[in-house]
Design a protein around this ligand. Structure first.
Ligand SMILES: CC(C)(COP(=O)(O)OP(=O)(O)OC[C@H]1O[C@@H](n2cnc3c(N)ncnc32)[C@H](O)[C@@H]1OP(=O)(O)O)[C@@H](O)C(=O)NCCC(=O)NCCS
Length: 253
């Protein structure tokens, strides 16, 4: 997919670069606890200042300030019993920064936000290839079980549930509101969770509002039609639609 090249005014570009360089250094040079870096960064993004004078704040604002610190919050995946808490906690501050950044005015500025997410992605996911592009409000489960090949684009409101692992190949496009799962629950016992890994081949396009169920393998260059629910493996080059998804066409290449 080819996109238009867009940029901001020179002063804005200068400040965007400066912020990214400084933040990446603070998160990776080992000099500061990443929890504190995230707390201070979110405080600056939302309140315009690091360590504001709490005495003048109402209790709701103080509660918000506490929530900027990843040590004071929980996320849904932390409640799952199959979590590897050590692996998750290593990246939890960065995950929280990504999610809270997305909900800020700055997070809605795609010009900056693509660069911001591209910088954070290798600190969260199992692997990330070149040229990763991610739009806003994308969510995942653990992050450490999710890998992306080169030239992957993930659009708005996508859910990548990597509890059992999701492996995404090169040149994959995942459109708005698509869902990819790698866990399900036993039909008799909701507490029994299965986590079969899901694999998305090279050149696959998962189009808007499609759902890929846990443990399915999507062959290279396959295409999942709008609103499809994939319950079985998809052959390479096949275009599948419907619920359950069935082949309607086979692409030549
Ligand atoms: C799956 C898709 C690619 C098929 O496109 P196509 O090759 O032009 O196929 P057609 O429009 O000729 O449709 C073939 C048949 O499948 C049906 N069909 C097409 N898309 C369907 C869908 N998402 N769900 C159910 N049926 C669908 C058509 O009604 C048609 O059935 P018919 O032969 O009984 O009339 C397309 O419909 C689709 O879902 N596109 C998603 C939008 C998109 O491109 N997003 C890209 C974001 S990166």
């Amino acid at each position: 997919m080819t996109y238009r090249e867009l940029s901001a005014q020179a002063l804005a570009e200068h400040d965007y670069d400066g912020f990214l360089t400084e933040l990446e250094k603070s998160l990776t040079d080992g000099r500061r606890d990443p929890n504190e870096v995230v707390r201070d960064t979110l405080s600056e993004i939302y309140f315009g200042v690091v360590g504001p004078d709490r005495e003048n704040f109402g209790v709701a604002a103080r509660a918000t300030l506490h929530s900027f610190d990843p040590r004071n919050i929980t996320t849904e995946p932390e409640y799952y019993v199959d979590i590897d808490a050590k692996l998750y906690n290593q990246r939890k501050p960065i995950i929280w920064l990504w999610q809270m950044f997305d909900r800020s005015p700055l997070g809605q500025n795609s010009l900056f936000a693509h660069r911001f997410r591209r910088m954070l992605a290798p600190l969260i996911f199992r692997s990330v290839g070149e040229n990763f592009k991610c739009w806003h409000f994308v969510e995942w489960s653990f992050g450490y079980n999710l890998s992306f090949g080169n030239n992957v684009v993930v659009h708005r409101y996508v859910l990548l549930d990597d509890r059992g692992g999701i492996d995404i190949g090169d040149n994959v496009s995942i459109s708005d509101y698509a869902n990819i799962y790698s866990h399900n629950h036993d039909i008799y016992d909701i507490h029994k969770v299965n986590t079969p890994p899901t694999r998305i081949g090279n050149g696959v396009r998962i189009t808007y509002h499609a759902t890929v169920l846990a443990g399915t393998q999507i062959g290279d260059h396959a295409m999942i039609g709008t609103g499809a629910v994939v319950t079985r493996d998809v052959e390479p080059h096949h275009i599948v639609v419907g619920i359950p998804a069935k082949t309607v066409k086979v692409k030549n290449t």
